[in-house]
Design a protein around this ligand. Structure first.
Ligand code: GLU
Length: 349
């Protein structure tokens, strides 16, 4: 669980620290875009376009198709088409994670060499049994931290997955300090990561306590999201990550991995989620309907509303580029105000 922490040792926020901006939208092609994913797409596009007082940065799209059993044939092309219908066009050709295994393997090799990744023989059942033996009753839907069974070796059992050694993580403080000097908004004390989200404010997570040694390469041989996303954000030079708030509690794991791999940490902004009528987060898994793009401006208007942006005065009669340009200005105003508020708050703590 992520909890805001009023006294996190985070440097005060200053607007526009980096000299350039590269943002991305990174959909998993497990189905078409729905109302919730359009919010994240629009927010990341607006943030890139609004950067530097509206002069704009680069906006990329990355197809996150590493979890092949969950990918739906044709979904990626459909998503790209939906984005184009909404006027959200990437500045560079999209990259596909399924073509980037060599990069993920190199990162895993580096972590193994550094003693920060180890093979794991545990199945889900083994983990549940080990947790029960430790007195934890696994609750439905709750992810309990890995109990560390294979941390000291496989003891003759066959390796299934690779895990990141979070326990007793020794951060590369020289790297953290260098990044802080450049305006970075995080710190690492052993396994605990403090970071400043641009919308949610100060956050903290003890990764060892709350997640444990997490998977880098799965038992089925597929690359885990955490490793692929960290490698790709760095390889693509991403400076700003804007994505849904359901991913906020993945950020500390990604910050630890970046630090272990000697990679820069982008700035993060997690957008509000869209909820279904039953109050659950709208997602492809719970059957969210594909966006109805017969009226793209209406869909964009609803996404902008979730982001707290007002409707352009002439909305029904605007063109998509006109409406988007209007929202860029509205986003600029909103994020500048938020940045000021966070800066004031962090000088108060
Ligand atoms: N592929 C992830 C998803 O669709 C998003 C990853 C990210 O933005 O970091 O939920």
């Amino acid at each position: 669980m992520i909890v805001p922490l009023a006294h996190a040792p985070i440097p005060a926020t200053t607007p526009a620290q980096s000299l350039h901006y590269r943002g991305r939208f990174a959909p998993s092609p497990t189905g078409p875009l729905h109302a919730g994913s359009l919010v994240a797409a629009l927010a990341s596009w607006l943030d890139a376009r609004a950067w530097h007082g509206g002069r704009g940065g680069r906006w990329l799209v990355r197809i996150e198709d590493v979890d092949t059993p969950r990918c739906v044939p044709g979904a990626a092309e459909h998503i790209l088409q939906q984005l184009a219908t909404c006027g959200l066009l990437p500045d560079e050709p999209p990259v596909w994670q399924s073509q980037r295994s060599a990069l993920y393997q190199a990162a895993l090799d580096q972590l193994i060499t550094q003693g920060q990744a180890y093979p794991c023989a545990c199945s889900r059942k083994d983990i549940a049994a080990a947790l029960r033996a430790l007195g934890h009753a696994p609750e439905r839907h709750a992810t309990l931290p890995y109990p560390g069974t294979c941390r000291d070796g496989l003891h003759g059992r066959p390796a299934r997955a690779w895990r990141f050694r979070v326990a007793e993580f020794k951060p590369n403080q020289a790297l953290v300090q260098m990044q802080q000097a450049q305006g970075a908004h995080f710190s690492i004390a052993s396994n605990t990561v403090h970071w400043q989200d641009r919308r949610l404010g100060a956050q903290v997570q003890d990764v060892a306590q709350e997640v444990g040694d997490f998977v880098l390469r799965r038992a089925d041989g597929l690359w885990a999201y955490q490793l692929a996303v960290v490698v790709d954000d760095a390889a693509q030079g991403i400076t700003h990550v804007v994505r849904g708030a359901d991913l906020a509690d993945n950020t500390p794991r990604q910050i630890l991995l970046q630090n272990a791999l000697g990679l820069p940490t982008p700035r993060y902004l997690h957008t509000p989620l869209v909820c279904a009528a039953n109050g659950e987060k709208l997602s492809k898994q719970n059957g969210a309907a594909a966006l109805d793009l017969r009226e793209p401006l209406r869909a964009l208007g609803e996404a902008a509303h979730v982001l707290g942006l007002p409707a352009p005065p002439r909305l029904p009669h605007s063109s998509i580029p006109e409406a988007l340009a209007w929202w860029v200005q509205a986003w600029l105003h909103k994020t500048t105000m938020q940045t000021r508020e966070h800066a004031v708050l962090s000088t108060l703590v």
